[in-house]
Design a protein around this ligand. Structure first.
Ligand SMILES: [Zn+2]
Length: 104
């Protein structure tokens, strides 16, 4: 599993860009020093390939409306990803998928 620390930008229109920076750190480190981070999860798809999903994690409590203000960028290709699930709890936020990387 890779852990990506996130650099947050303010779009000045009530939305924010979440830019994954590096994956050099352990989850324990990122949890301590970053307010938001992504982890990846790999799943075998029915076309014989692997799909990658990203889970967004937050230090501060979040609700679904807060999460809707985030544009989360793909760590690989830098396209904006689609949010595919609502939040799981206030620190474990939704899953994101890059349609470009998962070739959909
Ligand atoms: Zn991508």
């Amino acid at each position: 599993m890779a852990v990506f620390d996130i650099y947050k930008t303010d779009h000045k229109d009530g939305t924010y860009g979440l830019h994954p920076c590096s994956n050099y750190y352990t989850e324990d480190y990122v949890k301590k020093y970053y307010s938001l981070y992504l982890t990846d999860e790999l799943y075998r798809n029915d076309r014989g390939g692997i799909d990658v999903y990203y889970r967004l994690h937050a230090r501060e409590p979040h609700d679904n409306n807060m999460v809707l203000a985030y544009d989360v960028y793909c760590p690989k290709c830098r396209n904006i990803m689609c949010q595919i699930t609502t939040i799981e709890d206030e620190h474990t936020l939704g899953y994101y998928e890059c349609k470009h990387c998962n070739k959909k």
